[in-house]
Design a protein around this ligand. Sequence first.
Ligand SMILES: [Zn+2]
Length: 332
Amino acid sequence: MYKSCYRESIDNPVSLTIYSWVFKAQNLSFKTPSLDTCVKCDTLHMKIKFSEGTEREENEKLMKNHQKRAEKVYDKKSTDRALSIETRDTVVLAFDLQQCLPTPYLKSGAAFYKHPLWTYNLALRDCTTNTVYCFMWHEAIGGRGANQIASCLYYYIMNCMPAEIKHLIFYSDSCSGQNKNIHVVCMFLLAVRNNPNIHSITHNFFVAGHTHMDCDVDHAAIERAKKKTSMDNYQLVRSCGKKNKFTVIEMHSDLFLDFASLLKGPLQQKKIDEKCLPHSYDGPIPISDEKKRDLISLLLLINPSARSFYTDILSNKDIQDEHPLLNNSDGD
Ligand SMILES: [Zn+2]
């Protein structure tokens, strides 16, 4: 997997021999991930360790099949990418929502116990050309559910995708609340209808627990940049990217569409008519009074030109704050 990530992330990769030589000469090593390991692998590993005979053989078989399935998706992505470079009418796209970014991002201890405004970033990488689009919005504009993810992908298909593309191959994790759901399927149907160049859209899902993808590299670049600067989140993301800078698309309320409204009932498709597609939101979403108070209390630490952004946000006493980590899943 490391080898394939390297080959996909740069334009003129060196051979494995040279790669290995430089790697050893520089005394480099791969860090074994200590967090976010696969629950299924970990459970099977324990079962294998503490079982014997046929039970052990059975668990070993399950482990082998599970890991084979996970590798198959990575291999398919590499093959698809190679094909897309060759044919030029196909694009391979990987997308993933980054962990929420706190806004304002302050290093002052005064901000530590305050509720931040959460900014969301859906990173979408065109793996064929290694171009990165970051769809960004904050919690007073929209949530981070199926309609919002579908709306970002729809925006890309209708406004950013090169005109020569006929076949789109998406890769994502299988989180049902965001990626693997009927809202996204309805959006693809609408996109095929409204963009006559499209012949096919395929959506492949990584096996839960094995969702390492190009977007992880893009998210990590943003996290690294964040530690070095106090730029606002949108500006910060625009500064990321080595060869090609990341393109930030600011998602506003009117870009979030309610794709579920295309359904008559479960799995029954309504006649698709974009003109009738309602927006997800009527306007700004209020935040909790508590969060608003916290943001106001930090105003003196914020650039004066940005203060009105925080004072203008609507709040409501009935809104409850939920920590984003309590409502986050990659489909495991
Ligand atoms: Zn696993």
